[in-house]
Design a binder for this molecule. Structure first.
Ligand SMILES: *[C@@H]1O[C@H](CO)[C@@H](O)[C@H](O)[C@H]1NC(C)=O
Ligand SMILES: *[C@@H]1O[C@H](CO)[C@@H](O)[C@H](O)[C@H]1NC(C)=O
Ligand SMILES: [Ca+2]
Ligand SMILES: [Zn+2]
Length: 592
């Protein structure tokens, strides 16, 4: 989602000193890394829990029992986890990228998986283990594996509690669920969706007591906060882009699903529509010339403006598909495509993008169900100006939303369930902003980055601070994570903006970074580390484990060449070597 509370942070700003954070004492929210309160409706809230992940990275790697024996990812990861942690696990998904292979698994007790006790193991090209994340639990006792509650009764409970209907094409399962009191409970697991309301959950209903125990929320959730108006004229940045499809990453172009060609805003990666999924363009163009000039003087709902918005959104989602594919968000790495061309992963899951969605205003959201179920983007109108403005016409917004799909799919092995805690969700918001920051660069300059200034007609945009290397302009540090709600946890991209700046200063800038990931320039290095770290990091990462995943990604791909550069940036924002529990630390390794 893109909306944010600007007022909240003004409170702590008064006490933050950008230059000396050592003396700062902040209330610690110890639940940020493991819990999150989800609002189902105005009067229903549910606090979800994910056992804390431990995360170890191993530099150039450690041995595992089946190393160099041609074992499958499943065999290698299960045997390593068993020997290293003494825990039984069941492989869920995995893939091999260009520098690392990744396996994702669940803990197993009495033959049943524990839904929220997971692990991920990464192997380098030498078949050594380079990273292990795990949130395994040791319950004092374990309830019977036999449900007392029928599926129909659990379904009734879940549908009533979540105001939606069971998604019958997704098989229901019986699993264990770890609770924050150390117990595990037996649960029936089923998907519940309400398309009109835009809600989409995985529901965990206690199979002995028939109560809703927890949810996974697939939607990077919408809020409807109104933003301040300041008068400013509409920007006009439209230009014609000819044949933008990257035929390496979208081999049949953007207007084909591999079997059928289209002449509207639908293809293998995305279907963009207004109101109904068949409303993909009133004037389909056999020559694929989609030139609609936005008329900013009339309502966004005027036909020409609907078309301009639909085409722009289609262009952006395809572009993000193609760019992130180049850097590793492939079919096997759980991306969004209908036809996977036999390259792994589960297909049938292109993004559907609804523009000018009538469900809300002044926001946007993106739902990321597991691999094989389509991602769903909703873009709303922004009502702070006359006429209204269209979120689909400010590139920051669709890029931000689409990136929720990338980060939710790549973290934790395509489950869509691994950015669920407050801290991980907050970083998700940050990565989405950072992707927009990256895609909008046209030179080596690294100006401050502002999100959402067009839709709000506010030069300050929708975040509390611009992203800036200047700590007066953006004083947020790691310590702020402990005090803020997730919408305001924007420290992730603050680090990322500054890491980007440092990498470009060190290694230069490539104008071809969107299609050529092989260069050595800083913007290319940055996007490799960004994408690589997503698959490496544990389920529900914290700022600390996400940092460690970046450092390990640098070892895997660049032999650790950027280690000191990264540490210096992290330390400058409070995430130094001895940072912990949302208390800043500025230490860097002694050899840096
Ligand atoms: C579909 O489009 C592709 C690429 O634009 C083209 O090569 C192919 O011949 C088309 N297929 C059909 C059936 O028209
Ligand atoms: C940082 O921003 C402040 C406030 O805008 C400005 O006064 C200062 O000159 C900036 N510092 C640098 C190094 O640009
Ligand atoms: Ca897929
Ligand atoms: Zn968001």
């Amino acid at each position: 989602m893109v909306a944010v509370n600007k007022l909240l942070t003004s409170v702590f700003l008064a006490i933050v000193s950008a230059s000396s954070f050592a003396a700062l004492t902040v209330p610690i929210n110890s639940k940020h890394a493991t819990h999150r309160i989800r609002s189902i409706s105005n009067n229903v809230k549910i606090e979800v829990y994910h056992p804390e992940s431990t995360y170890q990275t191993f530099g150039t790697g450690i041995d595992h029992p089946l190393r160099k024996r041609g074992a499958s990812l499943k065999e290698a990861s299960e045997s390593f986890v068993s020997s290293y942690l003494g825990v039984d696990s069941l492989y869920h998904s995995g893939f091999s990228g260009d520098t690392t292979s990744h396996a994702y698994a669940h803990q197993v007790i009495n033959g049943l998986i524990v839904s929220n006790a997971v692990c991920n193991v990464a192997f380098n090209s030498d078949d050594k283990v380079v990273a292990l994340g795990s949130s395994f639990v040791k319950p004092p006792s374990v309830p019977s594996t036999t449900p007392d509650v029928s599926f129909d009764d659990a379904k009734t409970t879940a549908e009533a509690a979540l105001d939606g209907t069971y998604v019958s094409e997704i098989p229901t399962t019986v699993e264990y669920l770890a609770k924050d009191n150390g117990e595990v409970v037996l649960v029936r697991v089923l998907q519940i969706r309400n398309e009109a309301a835009g809600s989409w959950y995985n529901a965990f209903v206690n199979a002995h007591t028939n109560t809703l125990e927890s949810i996974t929320d697939y939607v990077a959730q919408a809020t409807y906060r109104v933003l301040p108006i300041t008068a400013e004229t509409l920007l006009d940045g439209f230009e014609d882009v000819v044949d933008p499809a990257d035929l390496i990453t979208s081999p049949d172009g953007w207007h084909s699903d591999g079997t059928t060609n289209t002449t509207d805003t639908s293809g293998n990666n995305v279907l963009t529509y207004k109101t109904t999924t068949t409303n993909t363009s009133p004037e389909t163009d056999a020559d694929l010339v989609f030139e609609y000039t936005q008329d900013p003087t009339v309502s966004p709902t005027t036909a020409v403006n609907v078309n301009a918005a639909r085409v722009n959104n289609f262009y952006l989602v395809n572009s993000i598909h193609d760019i992130t594919y180049r850097y590793g968000f492939t079919e096997a790495a759980f991306n969004f495509q209908n036809n996977n061309f036999g390259l792994g992963g589960v297909g049938g899951d292109r993004v559907t993008a609804s523009i000018q969605d009538s469900a809300g205003t002044n926001n946007a959201d993106f739902a990321t169900p597991p691999d094989g179920q389509g991602g769903h983007m909703r873009m709303y109108l922004f009502t702070e100006t006359t006429p209204d403005r269209d979120g689909a016409l400010e590139n920051d917004v669709p890029v931000h939303e689409n990136t929720h799909g990338v980060t939710n799919r790549m973290t934790g092995g395509g489950t869509g369930a691994c950015l669920q805690t407050t801290e991980a969700g907050g970083m998700g918001e940050g990565w989405s902003d950072a992707m927009a920051d990256w895609t909008e660069k046209t030179s080596a300059a690294v100006p401050d980055f502002v999100m959402g200034q067009y839709i709000t007609s506010d030069p300050a945009g929708i975040r509390t601070h611009p992203y800036s290397t200047n700590s007066t302009v953006n004083p947020l540090t790691y310590a702020d994570v402990g005090t803020l709600n997730e919408l305001s946890v924007k420290c992730g991209p603050i680090f990322l903006h500054n890491i980007y700046a440092a990498l470009v200063t060190e290694h230069g800038w490539s104008p071809d970074s969107r299609t050529n990931p092989d260069g050595t320039e800083g913007n290319i290095v940055h996007m490799h580390l960004f994408i690589d770290a997503l698959s490496l990091q544990p389920c529900n990462p914290t700022f600390l484990t996400a940092r460690d995943a970046w450092l390990q990604a640098d070892v895997n791909r660049y032999g650790g060449a950027n280690r000191c550069l990264l540490w210096k940036v992290y330390a400058s924002k409070g995430l130094g070597v001895n940072a912990a529990n949302h208390v800043n630390n500025a230490d860097i390794p002694s050899d840096c």
